[in-house]
Design a protein around this ligand. Structure first.
Ligand code: ATP
Length: 416
């Protein structure tokens, strides 16, 4: 693989949308006389034959000029120019995007620079990246289309299934790469190369990871959470001591549940891996991470419910009303995760069976319409209706109507 013809073959198998983008980039590069390369994750995934969405281009020339020419051919795309970095992004309605960066600084911009000079700049650009498999480029100008530029052995590592950093200071320079390494390894079923693994140990022992902001760490963790094989990644995080180092404490993470490597919503995976923790551990997680509002809320609620149910369990008989107190209106994802726990299984099943048939029609609005005064009485009545459903005193809408009529008959607060 990776002879130029093989790469051209891989190009030809890409979805038409991507091929069109590549053709346009080629034409724009040819017209402007710029060298154009597709780089990074796109190259990696092309060679691995896994579908890719986003395109990363590095060009030798004026990035904005190039991006403008390109944007003219894609009126549906929105062009965003970053003045400060000279980079550009074309965003498409389907959420995909194309990034343009240049591999030389403006002050070097001499038209027709020597090819060797150009190449050494591309080499520098690749060297600033994280891993060999992410530091490959493919030329796309018509004169050298499909030519692989692989200075650091990325292709070899793809074949060997190894994640390898580009130099020993890589993790010290940017500790997020530790998490990225584990993520890519988990995603592709790769391992970390020996010296890269040692590099993680060294970096952890120097304490650089703790310098990472809560936002950055959280962001990387959330990237993992969205991956199919989150469980595998989590296990690596544990084994390599990353979580212990970051949270400065040994928390009861559990990444062993098989669902963590299946296609289920990230929030479900999240609760699953937390479910063995106690209160102080939950608090530590909440304190160290900058979770989204939704995830933070779910985490909080999940913990409250788990605690509540555990306390209930220690009492003799759990009433349906007690269960209802914790479980009514609970987000489905929390119920699903609670169901995985042996301890709660019976109670949840009983509760589910009791609530399944509940078709409560009467609500606060109805009671108001029926002349009950606004106030605490409404809440009390609603509660007694729900309780009657739970205890099996009401089985149908008619039962409910009768039940309410009975209450209204005796209700002193009823207005006329
Ligand atoms: P994904 O499939 O997860 O999107 P990707 O490789 O496209 O993978 P990005 O985070 O979009 O990931 O990064 C694009 C490229 O930028 C990478 O391929 C890599 O070359 C480089 N890169 C990203 N993050 C870093 C980093 N922290 N240090 C060095 N290079 C990085």
């Amino acid at each position: 693989l990776a002879m130029t013809e093989d790469i051209l073959q891989l190009f030809s198998e890409l979805p038409e949308r991507i091929r069109k983008l590549l053709r346009a980039a080629q034409q724009a590069g040819d017209e402007l006389g710029y060298s154009v390369f597709v780089v990074g994750g796109f190259v990696r995934d092309l060679l691995l034959k896994v579908p890719t969405q986003d395109l990363d281009l590095v060009i030798e020339g004026d990035g904005h000029a190039f991006a403008r020419v390109l944007a003219q051919r894609f009126p549906e795309g929105q062009l965003i120019l970053h003045e400060q970095f000279g980079t550009a992004r074309l965003e498409f309605p389907d959420g995909s995007h194309l990034d343009v960066a240049r591999s030389r600084r403006e002050d070097y911009a001499s038209p027709g620079a020597l090819p060797q000079v150009e190449e050494s700049r591309l080499r520098d650009d690749m060297f600033r990246r994280d891993f060999t498999i992410n530091a490959m480029a493919i030329a796309i100008n018509s004169t050298r289309s499909g030519e692989l530029v692989d200075y650091y052995g990325g292709l070899r590592d793809l074949k060997q299934g190894e994640i390898r950093f580009l130099h020993n200071l890589s993790f010290i320079e940017d500790p997020t790469r530790i998490l990225r390494a584990i993520r890519f390894a988990g995603r592709y079923g790769f391992r970390l190369a020996k010296e890269t693994r040692d590099g993680v140990d060294t970096a952890l022992s120097t304490g650089v990871l703790r310098k990472l902001s809560n936002e950055r760490f959280t962001e990387e963790l959330m990237h993992m959470l969205r991956e199919l094989r989150f469980g595998v990644m989590g296990e690596s995080l544990l084994q390599m001591g990353v979580l212990k180092e970051w949270f400065e404490s040994e928390l009861a993470w559990d990444f062993t549940h098989p669902v963590l490597n299946k296609e289920v919503p990230p929030k479900r995976k999240w609760l699953i891996c937390l479910r063995k923790m106690d209160l102080s551990q939950f608090e530590r997680v909440q304190e160290k991470l900058r979770l989204s509002k939704e995830l933070r809320g779910l985490t909080q609620k999940f913990f409250e419910v788990m605690t509540g149910l555990s306390v209930l369990r220690s009492s003799d008989k759990i009433s349906l009303e007690d269960l209802d107190h914790y479980l009514e209106g609970l987000p489905k994802v929390i119920l699903e995760v609670l169901m995985l726990d042996e301890r709660f299984h019976d109670s949840l099943k009983r509760y589910h069976e009791a609530t399944e048939g509940i078709k409560q029609k009467v609500d606060g609005m109805t009671l108001l319409q029926w002349g009950i005064k606004e106030g605490p009485e409404i809440g009390r009545i609603l509660k007694s209706i729900r309780s009657a459903w739970l205890e099996g005193e009401i089985h149908s809408e008619e039962d409910e109507q009768k039940f309410v009529a009975e209450i209204l008959k005796n209700n002193p607060t009823k207005s006329t």
